[in-house]
Every structure is written in structure tokens, then in C-alpha cells.
Design a protein around this ligand. Sequence first.
Ligand code: AMP
Ligand code: MG
Length: 484
Amino acid sequence: MTVVPQRVAMLQHRFATALPELALPSVAAAVPDPRVVVLNGPLAAELGLDPDRLRSPEGVGLLTGTVVPEGAMPVAQAYAGHQFGGFAQLGDGRALLMGEVEDTDGRLRDLHLKGSGRTRFARGGDGLAALGPMLREYVVSEAMHALGIATTRSLAVVATGRTVRREEGLPGAVLARIASSHLRVGTVQLARATGDLDLLRRVVDHAIERHHPEVAGDVNPCLAFYSAVVAAQARLIAQWMLVGFVHGVMNTDNMTLSGETIDYGPCAFLDVFDPTTVFSSIDQGGRYAYANQPAAGEWNLARLAEALLPLIDEDQDRAIELATEALGSFRVEYDAAWSAGMLAKLGVAADASAADRLFSPLLDLLRESHVDHSSFWRRLATAARGDAEPVRGMFVDLAGFDAWLDQWRAFGPDADAMDQVNPLHIPRNHLVEEALEAATTGDLAPLERLLEAVRSPFRQVVGLERYAEPPPAGTGRYRTFCGT
Ligand code: AMP
Ligand code: MG
């Protein structure tokens, strides 16, 4: 009898086969001394992967790209992107699509590695990633998932034993990322830029098959696909706004066709409510500031429409007309999602007058008093239960806030419903920093506690009370760094 060794994972190569022009076969860099820093057991189970096998030498090889399962075809994906407004041809410079895995629900999911070595798209980059930023992506994407916000997931972070040269020498790592696909607005833009309409059509067909199969039978599948992406992105960005998430680098290469949040670089959550908040050190003009995110998303979707025009209608004037109308639904969808979310945060039933009376006066008050965004909403629920003092203590303009409270109370807010949508635990900047610093020097305990907190966004965790608190007074505006 011959024993056939069972593979850690069965990988497909649908993207590479359907779109070979955009798939550059690539090889991962050697990993001198791999060490699994975090492994996502529940996600592994969802994928039908055995966490113990993933920790074996073969599994760690898969998680770093140094062992390629038979039949797999790791590729760097080519794409383009408007980066801070300027168009560029890009591609995975330090990443590999290992292939697709069918999860236990029969859905196809990408296994993708970040920090796996240089590819032909690396330009001047070293192809590597430092441990801190890969752990940041792990923590923040787990938090987003727990918050119910569409996102790529993190399967593991493996330290490589290699030093990565940044401003200082840092421990290197590879992040294994799971996504419903890595198709981006920039993927379509690159296909269009080649002038090859057959390639453009295959990109759209592939995206429809993976994300919006319901539009395949539409009279104008490309237009219906575009509308589906517009709707998904409008809902996504509304959710970011409601929870105080600042993506930081909303270039078109960092915007998915699936509607999942992707590429956690310089992202962070608001501490105090300030619409002008920018965390990223490279975003000098504030293009991707908190309050600009809906407009940035809409701008990116206009670029997607331009790339799709030849497939929307043969008559380009007609195509522009149809695409403009479809893009017009962004604001409608965004406003509907945001308003519904705000009412839920306020614990108030749908009512047009509630929106008019409550939303914008509240946002003004929050901004003027520099109120901590996340704890405000939980304290407001406490006010709905009868104790308004904790939330009143957050405002400088007390008379103004008291007047607002009276208006809000008139709508009969439901405190328990509020606590189900307003997170107690978000990955607060000072806690993320603390956890990453400790992990970089080998102490994983703070990272594990932070993960425990953010995986339970709405429920108090005994022993983790500090994880629900605003940053200590005197903590300055947080800075994040991109391209690390
Ligand atoms: P981002 O905006 O961080 O998603 O990255 C923009 C582009 O730069 C992507 O195509 C990345 O693959 C590439 N890139 C970022 N960092 C590196 C690096 N250290 N080495 C090679 N390419 C990189
Ligand atoms: Mg990117």
C-alpha cells in the first residue's frame, strides 16, 4: 500500500489561469529562522486547515512561501493605481498570491503573503516587511472583522529571523492574508491601460464570478457589476466612518472590487472626534483625512468607471451617461448606510426628524469639545439608563450638550441596542503601539491581551478594563508610517 502524504492545503490557481497577463510567477525569499508569532486558529478552521499542520515545517513553509504545494502557482499580481491622485503602474512588490483555497462553506479565498521577498514589481523596495506593521495588520483586521466590517483577514504572522533595514534594523516577518480576492480598482485600471479589451473583459468576468455572480445574467453585466461595487464600497466606507476608522492610504490600488477593507498600512482609529484627523506621516495634504474618506472613495469609483467605459456601452457618450448615473448612487447608498448606522448608535428608531435634529448638532459638539469618539457612545448609553454624568463630563459646552441630550431623550433611546453597535474595544492607538513594541522585543502577552479585547468589541472582558479606556491625558496626536 502506498501512503499519499496529505497536503497542508489544496491550492487552486484560478486568478493566474484566468488572467496570466496580470500574474507574474514569482518565488519567495529564503526565510533563515522562521518562528510563528501568531496563528489564527478559528480562521484556519474556516479554511479547513489544521492549525497544528500549519505550525509544522511544511505549514510554516506554506505561510512564508518557501514550500510550494504541488500544483500551486505563486504569482505576484500586476495592477495600477492612482496614488495620491497620480496614476502609476504597480504590482505586488513584496507579496505573493499563493493561490486560492476553498473554505468550508465552498467559497474561494485567496492565500496571499506580504513581506515574502522582492518581485519584478519591487522597484527600489527590498520586498520585505517588518514584524510591527504585519502585527498591526493582524490586530486591526481582526478588530474590523469582529466589528462586522468587511475586511481581508490575517491567518498568521511568521517572524523570518532576518533583519529588515528601515530607519533602524527591525525584525522581519511575513503576513499570511486571506481575502475573498485581491482584485482592486487598480486591477481594472491596468487592464484598461494595456488597451487589450479582451483582458479587460476577462478581469470583469473574473470579478463577477468571484464577487457578484448575481449580475452575470443582467442585460448589461458590466454596468450592473459597477453598480454592485459602488454599493459595496459606499456601505463599507459608511461603516468606517461610524466606527472612527481612518484607512490612511485610499489609493485605487488599495480599494477592492469585493468591498473588503484591504492594505492596513498607516491606518488607525480616531481617539478624539476631529474630522480633519490624518495619522499617516506621508499624507501631508490630508487627502485621506477622516472626513474626506467618502469623497475619496467616490473619486476612486469614478476612476473605476473610466476604466470600464468600453464595456459599458459601445457608444462612449452613452457609456459615460450610464456610468455617471450609477456613480450617482454612491451618495445615496452612503447616506442611507451612514444614517441608519447613526440612528443605531443613538439607539433611536428610524425617523426623519431624528436625523435632522440629532446628527449634525452632535457632530459639532463632539468636535468642539474634542470628545473621545469611542467612549462617548458607551457613556451615552449610560445616560439612556439614567446616569448622564459620565457623558456630560466630556463636554466643554455643557449647556449646548444638555440641550442636545433633551432632544435625544425625546426619541426614547434604547441603551441595550446602543451597546450592541457601539464598541467598547477598538484597537486604540496607544494599546496597539504598546503591544507591537513588546512583541518586537519578544513579549507577546500585551498583543494577546489586545487581540482578546478587540475580538470582543461590544462586551466587557474581566481583567481588560483598561482596554476600554481612552488614552492617558497628554498623549499627543498619533503618527503612523507607510511602506514599512
Ligand atoms: P501600499 O500603498 O503600501 O499598498 O504599497 C504600494 C506598492 O508598493 C505596492 O505595490 C507594494 O507591493 C509596493 N511596496 C511597498 N513596500 C515595498 C517593499 N518594501 N518592497 C517592495 N515593494 C514594496
Ligand atoms: Mg497596497
